[in-house]
Design a protein around this ligand. Structure first.
Ligand code: ZN
Length: 62
């Protein structure tokens, strides 16, 4: 209840969402997580895609 929508951890800034199919499904869309926001929310199903903490490590040269 405290978390009404699913949060999905991703390790890339390019994410796609189709709602997981079934009743809550929707046409597949692609979203881009902006580097300084680190998350994006699907406008269809309100799932939240969060960039993993170490996802940008590679981009920084690690
Ligand atoms: Zn969605």
């Amino acid at each position: 209840m405290a978390q009404p929508f699913e949060t999905i951890q991703v390790d890339t800034t390019q994410v796609s969402c189709d709602g997981g199919g079934g009743q809550l499904g929707h046409p597949r869309i692609y979203m881009t997580i902006k580097g300084d926001e680190r998350h994006v929310e699907c406008p269809y199903c309100s799932r939240r895609y969060e960039l993993k903490a170490d996802a940008l490590a590679g981009a920084h040269g690690h």
